[in-house]
Design a protein around this ligand. Structure first.
Ligand code: GLY
Ligand code: MN
Length: 362
């Protein structure tokens, strides 16, 4: 897609004659291959792509995706007969070039070697400009992200019909994956987090064998993979009966999310949005219990390179997509997180996920 290639070169700090993308084997595929080609089906292991400042591009693919590759518009494509073809293709395309760019964030060391062995050109890491381009989604990407958000939101709404006391965390996780796939997701955006009781206090817990018990918090954090793009939503439930303390924690997190959402507009620093949520939490008895950044950019990757956090220097622009996910985590006791995805617009923001947020006891 020429507009996406253009964006990458516009953010480049250094001029290069071409950028080469190489996919190793799953999961080491460079998402930029799909960003530029727009291809939504196929695996494309060991395939390559080259694009130029004049916005043209070419690719080499395996026989396994020869038909899918035809869906890429205006990209002359060579289908590999054997492994030697890739070497020859690289040599031919890189011959005579002085400076070539690579995506150092998603290229394996072996892939780098393949490129290096095919050229004497200077090799420059262009991963920063690739991240900058990918962080500003176009209309087509937002449409896909909206659908990914819709799938996850619908599943979040249906959870009370499917989850009950006594189920194991991994059964809950499986149920969520299944429900998303039934609605058109090609898979999970990431491993489903189903943390119950004390496990809910760990933000990056996954799912284990613990059974849901009366009085548990249940943090469910999941997202749909749809046309290679991802959503990310978290809802926290309580099993059986909510204590006063649990209700206070939940209401504080909800208030923190509302305070952050109110701040979102083009031109504001990501850090300010994080601080709005943190101030709400730190003004309560739960001071210091919000232990991560408020959100991350999301797109072809779940953590797409930017974020709403004191550690990331970003000023919001229309087309940027972030999660907004405050939480309170009390080790050994439990935690609450509420997470939604938003896209920054000219006038503020729009929600990409929209499941109900009020406290639900299952
Ligand atoms: N939902 C998982 C994460 O944001 O890290
Ligand atoms: Mn997230």
């Amino acid at each position: 897609m020429k507009s996406r290639i253009k964006k990458i070169f516009e953010f480049a700090e250094e001029k290069v004659d071409a950028i080469v993308i190489y996919n190793s084997v799953k999961p080491h595929l460079d998402k930029t291959f799909f960003y530029v080609t727009g291809l939504t089906e196929g695996v494309f292991e060991n395939c390559g792509l080259i694009f130029y400042p004049d916005l043209s591009s070419e690719m080499i693919v395996s026989k396994l995706e020869a038909d899918s590759a035809k869906k890429a518009e205006n990209i002359p494509t060579k289908v590999m007969e054997d492994k030697e073809d890739l070497k020859e293709w690289l040599k031919e395309k890189l011959e005579g070039l002085d400076k070539i760019g690579i995506n150092g964030s998603e290229l394996t060391y072996k892939g780098f070697d393949k490129i290096k062995d095919s050229t004497d050109a200077e090799i420059i890491d262009m991963s920063d400009s690739i991240v900058e381009a990918r962080n500003r989604k176009d209309e087509n990407e937002i449409e896909i992200l909206d659908k990914a958000g819709e799938i996850a939101s619908e599943v979040a709404e249906e959870i009370p019909d499917h989850i009950e006391k006594g189920m194991k965390e991994y059964e809950v996780a499986a149920e969520i994956s299944y429900l998303m796939k039934k609605k058109g997701a090609t898979g999970d955006a990431f491993e489903v987090i189903a943390g119950s009781g004390p496990n809910s206090a760990e933000p990056h817990y996954t799912a284990g064998e613990r059974k849901l018990q009366k009085g548990d918090f249940l943090v469910l954090d999941f997202g749909a993979l749809y046309k290679r793009y991802r959503s990310d939503i978290t809802r926290t439930f309580i099993i059986g009966e909510a204590s006063d303390k649990q209700k206070r924690i939940y209401e504080t997190v909800l208030e923190a999310q509302q305070a952050a959402l109110k701040k979102i507009e083009s031109g504001i620093k990501g850090e300010e949005i994080h601080n709005a949520a943190k101030e709400v939490i730190d003004s309560t008895e739960f001071e210091g219990k919000f232990i991560h950044g408020l959100g991350h950019s999301i797109g072809l990757s779940t953590h797409d390179g930017s974020g709403l956090s004191p550690n990331v220097d970003v000023t919001l622009e229309p087309g940027m997509v972030f999660t907004v996910e405050p939480g309170i985590y009390i080790s050994g006791y439990g935690g609450v997180r509420i997470e939604d995805d938003i896209v920054v617009t000219e006038d503020g923001y729009e929600m990409l996920t929209d499941a109900e947020r009020e406290l639900k006891v299952l």
